[in-house]
Design a protein around this ligand. Structure first.
Ligand code: UD1
Ligand code: UDP
Length: 360
């Protein structure tokens, strides 16, 4: 069973499920329903040619406990009915946590795709999810060397940890050529290399009025020098109480292909997204991360990402500097479009079905 529920899951589940099925595994796609707007959900199925979910749990939004608890309640009977050999979960969202916990408690083997990234910031709900999911998983499929190092420090045995690379980059590389052909830049009246792209949705940035105000101030100032395009996440849209200045064009969350086209064509990306940090590094686009920490340090050490925090003056001066002196693009090892193949190499072997209970 492959579990997806929120926007950053769809581009990760697609290549892995394809690869597992190509090798003869019978897969069921379970959609928890954590994200449900067309722009946060359906459009990804269409653009990525991801088949309709075999099972839809319809959980929707709520507090962390509501969302996680309802997902667990809905997922448990499905596991009882289907008795899978393996539950594959992706990333760090609440759907990932809920389904990993259910499977682990039912004695079903769990594979975690994107195991090991750590921000070290326990105020981030995703950090709680990452650490907990890894703890109950049998197969820890790590996207990069630093993730493997984190797991070693936490005491995981080498047999459980597999460096496979970043499956999200498999999907990116498979789609970047079609993304470049999209007319999104023309439609928005912007030119390649002459605009900035913004995404913001972390609770620490958008739920705190003071922090959000400072970030918007920085965007307004940058927008006077470089037009900014800001596809707005629904959480941010809900929190926003002011209009943005003309230099900052707010638009609906974008479909995958148009968004990748924007990432690829931007002179600069300003973001607090995990996936966008990784994708901009893979594309070689300069990125400023509006946070004090990152679970993707290789995008800073090797890629085009820079951590800048939330201070408006610092953001403005770093943006100017990065546009003037873009960092050289360098992609972390195994972000090569073949990560899903390595996932399947680990999960499908000539031996017996995956075994639960190797967590220790
Ligand atoms: C979730 C993930 C986060 C991920 C992000 C990707 C958790 C804890 N957080 O955050 O790690 O980076 O998705 O986008 O799992 N909403 C809609 N329509 C939708 C979905 C959400 O309007 O289709 C609104 C609702 O008001 C909801 C709010 O957005 O309450 C937050 O949604 P939720 O899934 O709880 O968290 P995200 O902020 O999206
Ligand atoms: N993305 C998209 N449209 C948008 C914003 C993001 O298709 O308007 C894609 C982006 O290319 C990446 C993923 O969504 O593949 C990142 O998800 P998000 O930022 O929501 O979550 P995070 O990675 O922070 O968990």
């Amino acid at each position: 069973m492959c579990v997806a529920g929120a926007r950053p899951n769809f581009m990760k589940v697609k290549p892995v499920m394809d690869e597992l099925e190509a090798r003869g595994a019978e897969c069921f796609l379970v959609h928890t329903g954590q994200h449900y707007d067309r722009a946060m959900n359906e459009i990804f199925f269409k653009e990525l040619d991801l088949r309709s979910p075999d099972h839809f749990l319809g959980v929707g939004s709520g507090t962390h406990a509501q969302q996680t608890g309802l997902t667990m309640l809905a997922f448990e009977p499905l596991v009882t009915e289907l008795r899978p050999d393996l539950v594959v979960v992706f990333g760090d969202v609440n759907s990932t946590l809920a389904c990993a916990l259910v499977a682990a408690k039912m004695g079903v083997a769990v594979a975690h795709v994107e195991a090991g990234p750590r921000s070290g910031d326990w105020s981030m709900p995703e950090e709680v999810n990452r650490v907990t999911v890894d703890r109950v998983s049998d197969y820890l499929l790590a996207p990069c060397e630093d993730a493997v190092a984190n797991l070693r420090v936490e005491g995981y045995r080498d047999e459980r940890v597999h460096l496979v690379g970043n499956v999200m980059i498999d999907t990116l590389l498979a789609n970047v050529d079609s993304a470049r052909k999209r007319p999104v830049l023309e439609n928005l009246g912007i030119s390649r290399g002459a605009f900035g792209l913004v995404t913001l949705h972390r609770p620490a940035n958008v739920d705190d009025e003071h922090v959000l105000h400072g970030l918007l101030k920085a965007l307004a100032e940058i927008g006077q020098e470089l037009p900014l395009v800001f596809p707005m996440h629904p959480r941010t849209r809900d929190r926003l109480k002011q209009h943005l200045p003309p230099g900052v064009l707010t638009i609906e969350p974008q479909g995958y292909l148009d968004f990748v086209s924007l990432e690829d064509g931007a002179a600069l990306v300003l973001t607090d997204s995990g996936g966008v940090q990784a994708e901009t590094t893979a594309l070689g686009t300069p990125c400023l991360t509006l946070r004090n920490n990152t679970e993707w340090p290789s995008t800073v050490a090797e890629g085009t990402n820079q951590l800048v925090g939330c201070d408006p003056g610092q953001i403005l001066s770093s943006a100017r500097e990065l546009i003037k002196h873009p960092p050289p693009p360098l992609r972390p090892a195994l972000w090569d479009g073949r990560a899903s193949k390595r996932v399947a190499d680990v999960l499908i072997s000539d031996q017996a079905a995956p075994q639960a209970g190797s967590r220790g």
